[in-house]
Design a protein. Structure first.
Length: 767
């Protein structure tokens, strides 16, 4: 006689009821979360289902249950399925959002999180590290989940191995949609990390398959494998500025992935370190990354390497891959005084090249450690093909929206491959909310006599609105103005002189305008006077906030003036510590009579590769009578995870700037991409340097078409920065006393620029 027990459905309305219901549930039961907003909830579920009858925990209706505020979920026990949870508008008060364990005594095994969504759930401080999903135990699965643009430090997903019960785990991360990750500007911006260096000799056997990665740009490692015998296969990577990296561990398999760069800069493929990997049947298309972001990069190792550095690549096989229009395939990447061990017994065979670099591939060691054989190439212009390459014939096979070249013997087996699409991944029920503006953008006019109304006006403005300063005169500010949305502030057209911001309180202000989280600022035609009569000082004209911030900000400054900042720590513009500008663009502007720094992006002093602005562009600007540096950009340490900072300084004039002993006019410490051109340095840096770099050998930096007169030296580590078009001519300015540094018509520097224009700034109506 058999007894049939019907599975129960239990509805719960709070975390306590949920915990009790799961603990008491029988295999096959369903627990429903009541339709509502679950705010500030620490959810803990632990129970025991079976493989045939798991316990299901899900919302009553998927679109009507949202988990918000300071909330998190811990899972323990066996055979639980978490389905359809939606985390939004909050952050975890703990270290992580979804964790496959309750505590060290209660790990999850054979549990599943499916069809969930995590969005807008980043820590407010971008350097507060957490992860969105953390795997412990064994045989757990995350699938068909959508994860949207994590903003703060820490990998989006990690698998922990520092416990024997979590090793050889056979976890599955599959059919998920990773929707973006902005550049983090530091190490710690991975999308997935499996293991850590300390346990990298441990086997994990995690499966990362059939996922879709779109614009995951956090750092150089999109997926970071730090353990052994993992399988990363049949994923699609779209416009990701980085790659799939075998960072530590051995014998990992990379099969059947599609890497689509769409010719975007820095898009990468696979990077290999450590022994025993097998990379095959992948397609790399239109990837423009080089060095560590190459379509394929095989690194040099470190002799007697510490476990967290670079083990030698040995006994690896790279076969039957297709490279289409890729900028770089590199063997011996990272070769330097430390990384001297070349790859050995690496077989590179039966791969297919279509277009791309004229070099096809680059072997920086050339010692036979990489065995090139039976590779094919189509439509190459080189007369002498490298070793192991011969002309190949291909046909075209249509896969989805793309046509791929196919040869049955070489390259990826396109006929058998099925590339995962965006529509096959993520939570199928989730539809991103489209936020429409409340109204069309408007302009608001303020006169100088109405200065007390500026704060209230800014508060009622929406993104894209413009504040017009309607007349000349002083804009009397008693507290810092806060920008937390995209806003334009500019002088009304036709004014004869610039409206001037002044502090008329008796307290010192951090800045006239402070950019907070979500802020973007476009300024034009304004002046910012740091000291005014007997009132309090202002430390900066514009500054980013010193409060927690996790979003990039943007600032565009045009035809503005910053002057009379009378302390060594003050500056015209300041990027505060722990904030990151996507872009800072300053054009046609004047910085004068400053005791501190003109533009200060040098507050990150921890030497961990962190910097204050991704892109800094300063064009047609004048810096005069500045006691400190005109421009200070700093990125310390030798971290290789990030791209920036990118710096462009063009057609600027530096006069009587930083003449103190061992001073520097323009500091570009650690800038990885820097161009300083068409600029004049006169009577400045005489106690030290006009320009200072502290570069690494792979950095792209140059100084050319510049004029140095009674100015300090250009100082760089490798002494290779100066171009061949630099001059030492006395400049003839039109009227220095009026800060008019346009050149006189008979100046020898007329038409000496790289663009056949005059060297230095030429500001019209800019004073």
């Amino acid at each position: 006689m058999s007894i049939h027990i019907k599975a129960a459905t239990i509805k719960v309305s709070n975390p306590k009821e949920l915990k009790a219901a799961v603990a008491d549930a029988k295999p096959g039961d369903t627990i429903l979360l009541q339709n509502k907003e679950w705010k500030d909830v620490l959810l803990k579920v632990s129970g025991k289902g079976t493989a045939q009858k798991p316990i299901l925990i899900m919302p009553e209706n998927k679109n009507e249950v949202i988990i918000t505020g300071q909330s998190a979920l811990n899972i323990g026990g066996e055979y639980l399925i978490i389905k359809g949870f939606h985390f939004k508008n909050g952050y975890s008060p703990k270290d992580d959002i979804i964790t496959f364990r309750i505590n060290n005594d209660n790990l999850a095994n054979n549990c599943r999180v499916t069809e969930c969504v995590i969005e807008e759930f980043s820590q407010p401080d971008r350097f507060h590290s957490d992860s969105w999903v953390v795997f412990w135990g064994k045989n757990n699965r995350l699938d068909h989940t959508t994860l949207v643009n994590k903003l703060n430090a820490g990998p989006t997903i990690i698998a922990e191995l520092n416990d024997e019960r979590s090793q050889e785990n056979f976890h599955s991360i599959d059919h998920n949609y990773f929707k973006g990750r902005q550049r983090f500007g530091s190490n710690g911006g991975e999308t997935i990390r499996i293991g850590v260096s300390r346990y990298s000799l441990t086997t994990s056997k995690t499966q990362i398959v059939h996922n879709y990665f779109e614009r995951c740009n956090g750092e150089v490692e999109i997926v970071s494998i730090k353990s052994g015998q993992n399988n990363v296969s049949f994923n699609t990577f779209v416009e990701c500025e980085g790659g799939l990296v075998m960072r530590h561990g051995s014998k990992n398999v990379v099969e059947g992935n599609l890497f689509l760069g769409n010719n975007k800069p820095f898009t990468g493929g696979v990077r290999l370190i450590n022994p025993g990997h097998h990379i095959f049947n992948n397609v790399f298309k239109d990837l423009q990354g080089t060095a560590f972001r190459s379509a394929l990069s095989v690194l040099n190792g470190v002799p007697n390497s510490l476990i967290n550095r670079y083990y030698q690549v040995k006994d690896a096989t790279i076969n039957n891959n297709t490279f289409i229009n890729c900028a770089s395939v590199l063997f011996g990447a990272g070769k330097d005084a430390e990384r001297t061990l070349s790859p050995q017994n690496v077989v590179f065979a039966n791969n297919l090249f279509i277009g791309g670099s004229d070099k096809i591939y680059q072997d920086d060691n050339k010692d036979g450690g990489v065995i090139f054989k039976d590779n094919g190439i189509l439509n190459n212009k080189a007369n002498n093909l490298p070793q192991g390459l011969s002309p190949a014939k291909v046909s075209e096979i249509k896969k989805g929206e793309f046509s791929f070249p196919y040869n049955k013997s070489i390259g990826a087996d396109i006929k058998k491959l099925s590339f995962v699409t965006k529509e096959e991944t993520g939570a199928s029920w989730y539809k991103p909310q489209t936020i429409k503006p409340k109204r069309a953008n408007k302009s608001f006019e303020i006169k100088s006599t109405e200065s007390e109304n500026i704060k209230a006006t800014l508060e009622k403005m929406i993104a894209g609105d413009t504040l017009l300063i309607a007349d000349e005169g002083y804009l009397r500010i008693n507290e810092s103005l806060v920008i937390d949305k995209p806003i334009n502030i500019m002088a009304k057209a036709g004014l004869k002189t610039k409206p001037i911001f002044v502090n008329t309180s008796f307290k010192t202000l951090n800045a006239f305008i402070i950019i907070k989280n979500g802020g973007e600022l476009n300024l034009k035609g304004l002046a910012f006077k740091g000291a005014f009569e007997s009132f309090g000082d202002t430390k900066a004209g514009i500054a980013s906030t010193e409060e927690p911030m996790n979003k990039h900000y943007k600032v565009n400054i045009d035809h503005c003036e910053f002057y009379d900042y009378n302390e060594g720590s003050y500056s015209g513009f300041k990027g505060s510590k722990s904030t990151l500008a996507d872009s800072l663009i300053i054009t046609n502007s004047l910085f004068r009579n400053i005791s501190g720094t003109g533009v200060n992006l040098g507050e990150e002093k921890d030497d961990k590769g962190i910097y204050a602005a991704e892109y800094t562009v300063i064009e047609n600007c004048v810096f005069s009578n500045v006691l400190g540096s005109a421009i200070n950009i700093y990125r310390g340490g030798n971290d290789e995870s990030t791209l920036g900072p990118f710096v462009t300084i063009d057609h600027c004039t530096f006069n009587e700037v930083e003449n103190r002993e061992q001073g520097t006019v323009v500091k570009l410490i650690g800038a990885q991409h820097a161009s300083l051109t068409n600029s004049i340095f006169s009577y400045c840096g005489q106690g030290g340097r006009s320009i200072e770099f502290r570069e690494y050998r792979w950095d792209e930096i140059k100084v050319d078409y510049c004029n140095f007169y009674e100015a300090g030296r250009v100082d760089s580590f490798y002494d290779k920065v100066l171009g061949t078009h630099n001059y030492h001519i006395k400049p003839a300015y039109q009227n220095k006393s009026q800060f008019n540094f346009n050149l006189q018509k008979d100046s020898e520097l007329i038409n000496k620029g790289s663009d056949n224009q005059s060297i230095g700034a030429n500001i019209q109506n800019g004073n």
